[in-house]
Design a protein around this ligand. Structure first.
Ligand SMILES: N[C@H](CCC[C@H](N)C(=O)O)C(=O)O
Length: 261
């Protein structure tokens, strides 16, 4: 029998993570092992598995697997979760975490409120033919280190069959895409629904919130600082000329150990 792995179960507005510290000994993860850990009946249950590893240029690095075992290149809420653990460990107000070569500055704002800084995303008009009678006014593709499709819907259009739409869109993008439906409530407030690649519908998505606000700002629809309402609670996204800051609550739910076959 293999040695049990210690884990922390973290939650950021319903976007949930299993975090394993591999700074001493990284392991080679197989997709089925990730699926087992993230499974909501046969495992711990999570949208993503996050691995903390050593970094040559930051306090630590974060590596991400989606619930289906695929690798992800970025995870904004996950970064806030890992930052929260490292901030407690370090007993400081700031920690630097590397993801895919970029070093993110992560800050403790208040008790369980964590802010992380991201480089400016890259925005492109979507060339896909999904507007038609879909009820969306606009679609932008946004790269936040991982790929996002931001769909702008009018205040009065009901969001129908979002799970089906998310699934269909995966077939239109090589490698899949994270999908967000944005409802603008005012110049500094939006509501977001999220469909994450490798996971499906989830109540919140940090990189998706950054992508959505940045897309809205680049269209001139939003102010640089926006409250993002999600199904459960709110995040704040602030765009400056140099970076985008994502902040909100993140909580440690429980910790334990699991055997991975
Ligand atoms: N939950 C994450 C996003 C996971 C993205 C992943 N599904 C991908 O394949 O890019 C967040 O808070 O940013």
């Amino acid at each position: 029998m293999s040695k049990p792995l210690l884990f922390n179960k973290m939650c950021a507005l319903g976007n949930d993570f299993v975090v394993i510290d591999e700074r001493k000994k990284p392991r080679n993860w197989q997709a089925r092992q990730v699926q087992q850990i993230c499974h909501r009946r046969f495992g711990i249950g999570a949208d993503q598995l996050l691995l903390i590893r050593k970094s040559g240029k930051a306090d630590a690095s974060m590596h991400i697997y989606n619930q289906d075992g695929s690798k992800a290149k970025q995870c904004g809420n996950g970064l806030r979760a890992v930052a929260s653990l490292l901030l407690t460990e370090k007993g400081s107000l700031e920690v630097n975490i590397e993801v895919g070569g970029y070093v993110h500055r992560c800050r403790l704002v208040a008790h369980d409120w964590i802010e992380v800084a991201f480089p400016l995303p890259v925005v492109n008009e979507s060339q896909k033919k999904l507007m038609g009678d879909s009820g969306f006014d606009h679609a932008l593709e946004v790269d936040v280190g991982n790929p996002h499709l931001v769909l702008f819907r009018s205040q009065h259009t009901e969001l129908k069959d979002f799970d089906d739409l998310g699934r269909v869109l995966q077939t239109q993008y090589a490698g899949g895409i994270n999908v967000h439906a944005l409802k603008q409530l005012s110049k500094d407030r939006i509501y977001l629904d999220h469909w994450e690649r490798g996971t499906g519908i989830t109540p919140s998505c940090g990189s998706g919130s950054i992508a959505s606000v940045y897309a809205g700002v680049s269209l001139g629809l939003l102010k640089p600082k926006v409250v993002v309402e999600n199904a459960i609670s709110n995040l704040t996204v602030e765009c400056t000329p140099e970076e985008v800051r994502l902040s909100g609550v993140v909580r440690l739910i429980f910790n334990g150990q699991i055997e991975v076959a």
